[in-house]
Design a protein. Structure first.
Ligand SMILES: C[S@@+](CC[C@H](N)C(=O)[O-])C[C@H]1O[C@@H](n2cnc3c(N)ncnc32)[C@H](O)[C@@H]1O
Length: 215
């Protein structure tokens, strides 16, 4: 589990910005390890990795330890308070210091593509059109054959669809339909029960040709 201080920082932002933060406590070590395990190099030289929605940085910590000198790590985080924490923690980190961008992923354009994107965005909280736009942006930002690694809270969508208000039910249904369309891209999945709440990591591979309806 994250340090108590980190947890309290996260909790306080969760109270202020519940929709975009989307959790009450940072991800557990086990979940963070499962998120970075698919980040592997190939014969193609240094890796370019993008983390989206880093919070106080538990996944970033694992990434900085996994990557090698020469690899490139960008971190895009919407919340300025989290960015302050990320700068304090990771500026000058070795062997790879992430470049922290205080930005909305939909407005972020590095001018190149990534081998891996790792994201903890709470899509179940977002309107369906926004989730669709985010998936589209993720696939645009990935190299063909690159991987998109995401987690969501286990059963979160199902509970929302069954017990939420009218708007929540519709949103959950639309998100599940969207993700069903993306199911052929899934190349790996793992449940992590030791997290608050338990979560599922999904790995999708960007096809060589982007199908506009699915991406
Ligand atoms: C569920 S938290 C995950 C935090 C961290 N990765 C973890 O696992 O503990 C989601 C994070 O996404 C960020 N976020 C939400 N919408 C975003 C957007 N459009 N662009 C970039 N970051 C965003 C939030 O500020 C928050 O830090």
């Amino acid at each position: 589990m994250a340090g108590v201080l980190d947890g309290l920082k996260f909790l306080s932002q969760s109270f202020r910005n519940g929709t975009t933060v989307g959790a009450v406590w940072p991800s557990s070590r086990g979940l963070c390890e499962a998120m970075v395990r698919p980040v592997v190099g190939g014969a193609g030289g240094p890796l370019r990795v993008l983390e989206v929605g880093a919070g106080v940085g538990p996944v970033t910590t694992e990434l900085t330890q996994r990557l090698l000198p020469g690899d490139h790590l960008d971190v895009v985080e919407l919340n300025p308070a989290f960015c302050t924490t990320l700068h304090q923690r990771f500026d000058g980190a070795s062997p790879v210091a992430p470049i922290i961008h205080n930005a909305d992923i939909l407005e972020f354009d590095p001018g190149f593509r990534y081998n891996h994107i790792v994201s903890g965005l709470p899509l179940a909280n977002f309107p369906a059109e926004l989730s669709e736009a985010i998936y589209t942006r993720f696939f645009e930002l990935l190299e063909p054959g690159g991987t998109l690694i995401m987690f969501h809270h286990l059963l979160g969508r199902e509970v929302l669809r069954m017990f939420g208000g009218t708007k929540d039910r519709k949103r959950a249904q639309q998100l599940m339909e969207l993700e069903e369309r993306l199911a052929p891209l899934v190349v790996g999945s793992r449940n992590v029960l030791l997290n608050m709440p338990p979560a599922r990591v999904l790995v999708r591979r960007r096809p060589f040709e982007l199908d506009r309806r699915a991406s």
